[in-house]
Design a protein around this ligand. Structure first.
Ligand SMILES: Cc1cc2nc3c(=O)[nH]c(=O)nc-3n(C[C@H](O)[C@H](O)[C@H](O)COP(=O)(O)OP(=O)(O)OC[C@H]3O[C@@H](n4cnc5c(N)ncnc54)[C@H](O)[C@@H]3O)c2cc1C
Ligand SMILES: *[C@@H]1O[C@H](CO)[C@@H](O)[C@H](O)[C@H]1NC(C)=O
Ligand SMILES: *[C@@H]1O[C@H](CO)[C@@H](O)[C@H](O)[C@H]1NC(C)=O
Ligand SMILES: *[C@@H]1O[C@H](CO)[C@@H](O)[C@H](O)[C@H]1NC(C)=O
Ligand SMILES: *[C@@H]1O[C@H](CO)[C@@H](O)[C@H](O)[C@H]1NC(C)=O
Length: 617
């Protein structure tokens, strides 16, 4: 799979002692208060952002966060000593692993996807690639949802969310020396927050890193100075979610919990699973009770809530909490014997993720870059120095670079002159997506990289998939992992766009620099001609079906369009119940999701705080 693949689809194993003080954490229901003003389900990326803001805004209101996982040992980065490109058991804390049903349109392959099961959620285990979508991604959210959403007060378009992207992170500029060494570019106007969620540029690059940057330029790709300020089409430098000095992972469990303690009104209960919310007198008479169970002894208990319940269990678990509560498609709930609370067919529908096949190559000409990642395995002196450098202040060397901080984001019109033929197929049905795919400033392809060490790989991430899947609780064990049906490739337009992307990436191998390096194609490979049928067969059989960005399963759209929550993130028809996590996006943006998860948390907190202030809090 190569370095970059490993960085995005593996996680960090956990090594040393806990860094979050366990003294504040609650483990028994006997430590809880009689009732809470707010209960948040899931101590993840968006959930802890909201918890931090609410406990800050309302010192006299008590907030309880209930988390399935534990506060964990330090959550190292994707690439931290002593282990390289760590792979531990992916289906044990701090993560869950899911395997989807086979995808009939993708040669029956299955999506393998992980999610964080730890305080900090997926931000504590992810690849630390910290980018935002383009302005067009967020504008498409309100477009997709229709006039009711684009004309309301809480707009979730670029203009409405950008201030919360700024607020959500502290970006630290690299030193002049490092900036010059790697030609880093950025624009501080995209940032400006003081929240202890950190992002920064690594102080290290593999020696061949600029090679691909040069080759992309030979392909005529744009070179924006900053990709997080709304304009993203081009070759991007992407900050890493890590501390600028120590180069250690920055995540929600630190920045939105540990760093703001002690706070008398901020309770966190770990190792407990929220089973469901309960409306004893129907969904109009909220807020609901929260029924949870101890993972230690299975004991069930109810938490009484005065204000509201916020479900932030992530795009794969939020639908199961709602479905167990009787909130979902009536037909499905009936078929699994769950009494209906509210018929909301959009719950667990609209599942999206990024996916794609690789284009890879080998060099036939020897090349003389030093260092390349192979030094870590073959050169003990180099590795010892890398380990020592990581503990220096400031940290230096290879371990300060996670999976890489470079990617191209290219629009369909800049990839193929045939873009209109592709988008005509969907224009009538999905105007917002069609506009995205027709917009030369809105990327539809991402290819991240850290090094091109042979064999080199350029992944073809499909940024705007049309196919939609489902998340349904498992009737055989509703408390266990849900059944994921990705239905990847079920919309033929996805294959059409992938064909354009793979053809485009193949052109990389024809650039003067690559030719000078004597590249030879490994995948799709010489045996696969530039022929629609052959390439489509390649795309359908060799795609990685999840780049760990599942989302959109409780979408912010009107109920009539399959939505689950309104622009205030309240579940349609349910009093005192919101969803705040990556489930609420109508469309997946052209970005890895954690930066958006924080921004959604920030904007949600702002809306929730204003709402309760109006009620006299
Ligand atoms: C391996 C991996 C690599 C990734 N790489 C990147 C990357 O490099 N860059 C990037 O930007 N994004 C990346 N992502 C995606 C990104 O991190 C997530 O999309 C984002 O953090 C999700 O935020 P969230 O708030 O929706 O959910 P999460 O942060 O996942 O939080 C959900 C929380 O709810 C808890 N929970 C679930 N069910 C229950 C329940 N019933 N009761 C109580 N608690 C519950 C979970 O334990 C978890 O803590 C990656 C994700 C993974 C898993
Ligand atoms: C930085 O940019 C200059 C000028 O474009 C170029 O000559 C140099 O090779 C670049 N350095 C790196 C490391 O990319
Ligand atoms: C929680 O409350 C509901 C509604 O009153 C009740 O049906 C359920 O049994 C309660 N659960 C527990 C564990 O007490
Ligand atoms: C790449 O080329 C090298 C030497 O030229 C060779 O040893 C290696 O097997 C090739 N790798 C692949 C995957 O073809
Ligand atoms: C090993 O790495 C060191 C730098 O840490 C370098 O000086 C040395 O040349 C490398 N050895 C080999 C055999 O490449």
């Amino acid at each position: 799979m190569g370095l970059i693949g490993a960085a995005f689809v593996s996680l960090a194993a956990l090594t040393s002692a806990a860094s979050i003080p366990t003294s504040h954490v609650k483990r028994q229901t006997t430590e809880l208060r009689d009732k809470y003003d707010i209960v948040i389900v899931g101590a993840g990326t968006s959930g802890l952002t909201v918890a931090n803001r609410l406990t800050e805004a309302f010192p006299s209101k008590n907030v309880l966060v209930i988390e399935y996982g534990d506060v964990h040992a330090t959550t190292p980065g994707t690439f931290d000593p002593p282990t390289d490109w760590i792979t531990s058991n992916p289906d044990a804390p701090p993560t869950w692993a899911f395997t989807s049903l086979p995808n009939p349109d993708m040669a029956d392959t299955q999506a393998f996807v992980q999610a964080g099961q730890v305080v900090g959620g997926s931000s504590a285990v992810n690849g630390m690639f910290f980018d935002r979508g383009s302005r067009f991604d967020y504008d498409s959210w309100t477009e997709a949802a229709g006039p009711e959403f684009s004309q309301c007060a809480n707009k979730w378009n670029w203009q409405g969310i950008f201030p919360f992207f700024q607020k959500s992170v502290t970006f630290t500029e690299p030193s002049a020396e490092i900036a010059q060494r790697y030609n880093y570019t950025w624009d501080v106007a995209a940032y400006g927050g003081s929240t202890p969620i950190h992002s920064s540029f690594a102080s290290f690059q593999w020696a061949d890193q600029p090679l691909l940057r040069k080759v992309w330029q030979e392909m005529g790709i744009n070179t924006p100075e900053e990709c997080a300020g709304g304009d993203k089409e081009g070759i991007c430098w992407v900050p890493t979610s890590q501390h600028p000095v120590t180069a250690r992972r920055s995540h929600a469990g630190l920045g939105h919990y540990e760093d703001v303690l002690p706070r008398a009104n901020y309770d966190l209960l770990v190792k407990h699973q929220v089973v469901r919310v309960v409306y004893p007198d129907g969904p109009d008479a909220g807020p609901p009770l929260v029924e949870a169970r101890s993972l230690a002894d299975g004991q069930l208990f109810n938490v009484t809530v005065d204000g509201e319940v916020i479900v932030s269990a992530g795009a794969l678990h939020t639908p199961t909490v709602l479905q167990r509560s009787g909130i979902g498609a009536a037909s499905f709930l009936g078929s699994v014997g769950i009494p209906l609370t509210l018929d909301l067919p959009g719950v667990g529908a609209n599942l999206q993720d990024h996916s794609g096949p690789p284009v890879s190559w080998n060099y036939t000409q020897p090349y003389e870059f030093f260092p390349l990642p192979s030094e870590m395995a073959g050169n003990a002196t180099f590795k010892a120095d890398a380990i020592a450098g990581f503990d220096e202040t400031p940290a230096r060397g290879p371990y300060t670079l996670a999976g890489g901080n470079s990617a191209i984001f290219v629009s369909l019109p800049h990839m193929t002159a045939d873009h209109a033929a592709i988008t005509d197929q969907i224009r009538a049905m999905l105007l917002a997506l069609a506009n995205l795919l027709d917009n030369p400033e809105a990327p539809s392809l991402e290819t991240p990289w850290a090094t091109t060490e042979a064999p080199g790989t350029a992944w073809s991430f499909l940024l705007h998939p049309l196919s939609r899947g489902t998340v349904r609780l498992d009737p055989a064990d509703p408390l266990e992992k849900p059944i994921l049906d990705y239905r990847a490739g079920s919309n033929p337009v996805d294959a059409a766009v992938q064909l354009a992307q793979v053809r485009y990436l193949r052109r990389l191998l024809e650039t003067p620099t690559m030719v000078a390096h004597g590249v030879s194609e490994i995948a799709p490979g010489a045996g696969i001609a530039d022929d629609d049928a052959a390439l489509e067969q390649y795309v359908r059989s060799k795609s990685t079906l999840s780049f760990m960005h599942p989302c959109c399963t409780a979408a912010m759209m009107p109920k009539s369009r399959g939505g689950v929550v309104g622009p205030d993130l309240k579940v349609h028809g349910a009093k005192g119940l919101r969803v705040v996590d990556m489930s609420v996006m109508p469309l997946v943006p052209a970005a890895h999701l954690s930066a958006t998860a924080y921004a959604v948390g920030e904007k949600a907190a702002d809306i929730i705080i204003k709402g309760w202030k109006k009620q006299g809090w």
